[in-house]
Design a protein around this ligand. Sequence first.
Ligand code: NAD
Length: 466
Amino acid sequence: MADVLSVINPATEALIQEVPVDDGAAVAQKFKQAKQVQPGWAASSPADRIKSVLRFRELLIERADSLAALLTSETGKPITQARSEILAVPARIDFFVENAAQVLAPDRVYYEPASALPGMGMLEEVIGYDPLGVVANISAWNYPYFVGGNVFIPALLMGNAVLYKPSEFATLTGGAIASLLHESGIPKDIFIPVIGSGLTGAALLEQPIDGIFFTGSYATGQKIAVAAAPKLIRTQLELGGKDPAYVCPDADVAVAAAGLADGAFYNNGQSCCAIERIYVHTDVYDEFLAAFMETVRGFTLGDPTDAATYLGPVSRKPQLDVLANQVADAVAKGATLLCGGERPDRPGWYFAPTVLTEVNHTMTVMQEESFGPVIGIQRVASDEEATKLMQDTPYGLTAAVYGTDRDRAVAILGQLKTGSAYWNCCDRVSPRLPWSGRGHSGLGATLSLAGMYTFLQPRAWHLRRF
Ligand code: NAD
């Protein structure tokens, strides 16, 4: 009998379903199917591919409620946030669709008419764009529609076949995405779900794939890079972060506190670009802390299927120990626990929203990704001190500065090695801008035109006529 994986509801700890897992032989068979049909898909008209993607867009909107309920059941994401995620995908699809024809079109970059001189015929130089072929998309569970859609939608539009491995913590949603794409007209052998955990992901990497697009942790990202290296294929890694924010002395403190509390606790802090560290100038520290705590105390923790809930359970049980250990380490080293720090007395994988002050960089909470409802707030005396502390991380996903002076914010952010920089905002992603990480936060970019060209390989055409 095939192995199964158990899908558990994090809010109730009840078994939802057991799903058969793809072993090595099943993965190899799926690769073979995709390889056979991909050239036909690449040769199909981009207009037909766009039509299918637009139908997928319609179905997402039509079925948002049931898709959100499924996502909430297996990840514990509050239902309003699950709906928001699904209903934000159409704007990303619009960007990809609006730009697909232009990105795919060959560029004539040079033309020289035929000359009367002997041997000097017409010369044309054209850049053509070919799809990569069959690509693997190994995905995370925290935003399956966003992080998956950023890959598989442009990959399909550009003429690739996709072997899509959803996270084992969002397997049912992965299956729902596949059904919707197939119903929308994407051939079953062009988008193939591959089901399982890390072992199945590793088996996928053993296939002669033409590209790997991965979203997940730095630890797994390293393994992916090692497995992909001998293949010399396009390798893109969207990894974790330890994203900092700095509140300048001239900041609008109420705006900063509300924005950063949401940035730290939205989706229970389980966002790659969640605010993970806050530095506050001493001039506004007390005022900021009061406003921040007021916002956090207003967050409703509870049943994720209830529309009033802002904080649900964390999605993976082992993360509860990671969070408890970070809190214990910080408190042992002198931090002050302002709220939370423990599991509330109720079933499910809940962790109370936790705010730590008097923190410093000897503490794991200021160094390692928390990926949960825990935040450290540190007082600083100057922009220089804040900049130095924000730089003290191997990660480089995003950073934010709150203050009224744009030049000051841009000067600080410009000194940080991050893929995204925010002034008076945070935890924000735009389809028009590249989404990328530096350092341990990853390689390559999704979204923007760069995130479409990444699914293509250029070919230099040198064309002469005599
Ligand atoms: P993870 O690294 O545990 O797993 C990610 C995926 O890799 C899963 O599908 C898993 O089954 C698979 N996998 C595990 N071991 C593998 C192996 N040896 N070979 C092939 N595949 C393997 O990460 P996660 O818990 O799913 O996601 C959380 C992490 O993802 C956090 O660090 C978060 O910051 C990061 N993330 C980053 C972005 C981004 O855009 N930069 C977006 C979302 C999440």
